[in-house]
Write a protein that binds this ligand. Structure first.
Ligand SMILES: NC(=O)c1ccc[n+]([C@@H]2O[C@H](COP(=O)([O-])OP(=O)(O)OC[C@H]3O[C@@H](n4cnc5c(N)ncnc54)[C@H](O)[C@@H]3O)[C@@H](O)[C@H]2O)c1
Ligand SMILES: O=P(O)(O)OC[C@H](O)CO
Length: 303
């Protein structure tokens, strides 16, 4: 929608073109219809000036294999590939080592973007000038893009907010209170800043739209699938059952164990991510999750 609003002719490759054309893809935006400038098809276009990949993370590799590497590619998914522990641009980098790659992330509920409500996001690519060029291409009066040359930090923020939103939802579902949720979100940002540094990203990226921005949205907004999954878990529904009942994908389910493993590999302490990972695996319950986080030894806020 934003590319069309920016003046591009958009070809949308869909698994179910009929449902997409009929607007049955955004239940939170009843009556939604794609504009005429967007062509929907079940056939992959062979030419483009820019390619946006917007599928769930666990399907990115299989989806991208169909894409001709004829233009810069932007990953719009937020998460980690569970089988490999890779972030979106690492997956695309394996498949398209010679393509220009970027990632789009930030506080962006799809139904609000489709409705044309104002929003902002960050577009990251390893090359500063490239990031700026891609951000310029997709910016519209209602969708403001900022460029970043820290794709590691941006992808980490996008992946991790799914996990933290589950924790925030579980906190509220278990009626642990808004103080607990605020503390959890804030300490999560400290975890992510440490992890970003260890991965070669910049800690300050986590203070931006792809970090705090998306956490603010998904740790408080009922439209977040990850938050709703957490709510159900906090109310006592087993994680797998809650994920199956959810409409759409909660990326945090597959990303939590991958992120925890990544942090362990880099010897970074991430207590919130570790606790969510155990909660989702069913090896601990909510009571034990709360105990684990509160029983940690007292330390300095910033070490
Ligand atoms: N929906 C949003 O508001 C939003 C906003 C920003 C970013 N994202 C990110 O975009 C990505 C896609 O999210 P979404 O909301 O469009 O997904 P979705 O929840 O609409 O996916 C719907 C379902 O389709 C299946 N599916 C989708 N693509 C598939 C494929 N290629 N092969 C097989 N099955 C497939 C999924 O398993 C899922 O059950 C995610 O990484 C998400 O974090 C979503
Ligand atoms: O519904 P969620 O939790 O996947 O969140 C959607 C977007 O990522 C919000 O920025």
């Amino acid at each position: 929608m934003q590319a069309a609003r920016a003046g591009a002719h958009v070809s949308l490759w869909a698994r179910n073109p009929a449902a997409m054309s009929a607007g049955r893809v955004l239940p939170r935006l009843p009556g939604f219809a794609l504009p005429d400038t967007i062509t929907v098809s079940g056939d992959m276009p062979r030419q483009a000036d820019l390619i946006l990949l917007a599928c769930p993370m666990q399907h990115l590799r299989a989806t991208a294999r169909h894409v001709p590497p004829c233009a810069p590619m932007i990953a719009c998914c937020k998460g980690m590939e569970q089988a490999t522990g890779l972030m979106p641009l690492q997956v695309l980098g394996e498949l398209f080592p010679h393509s220009v790659l970027g990632v789009l992330s930030g506080p962006n509920f799809a139904h609000e973007i489709a409705a044309g409500l104002p929003a902002a996001a960050v577009l990251a690519s390893t090359e500063r000038a490239q990031a700026r060029r891609l951000a310029d291409l997709l910016t519209t009066p209602s969708f403001r893009l900022y460029a970043s040359d820290d794709p590691t930090g941006v992808q980490l923020g996008g992946a991790a907010k799914n996990v933290i939103a589950i924790a925030a939802g579980a906190t509220m579902g278990a009626r642990l209170g808004e103080n607990a949720r605020a503390a959890l979100i804030t300490r999560s940002i400290a975890e992510l800043a440490r992890l970003s540094l260890a991965l070669g990203g910049r800690p300050e990226t986590l203070s931006g739209l792809a970090g705090i921005g998306d956490l603010l949205l998904t740790c408080t907004g009922l439209a977040s699938r990850n938050y709703r999954l957490g709510l159900a878990i906090g109310q006592g529904t087993p994680a797998l059952q809650a994920a199956t009942a959810l409409e759409g994908v909660a990326e945090g389910m597959a990303t939590a164990p991958a992120l925890h493993e990544l942090a362990q590999r880099h010897d970074v302490s991430t207590p919130v991510i570790a606790t969510v990972s155990s909660l989702l695996a069913g090896t601990i319950d909510m009571a034990e999750a709360g105990r684990r986080l509160l029983a940690r030894p007292v330390g300095h806020e910033f070490t």
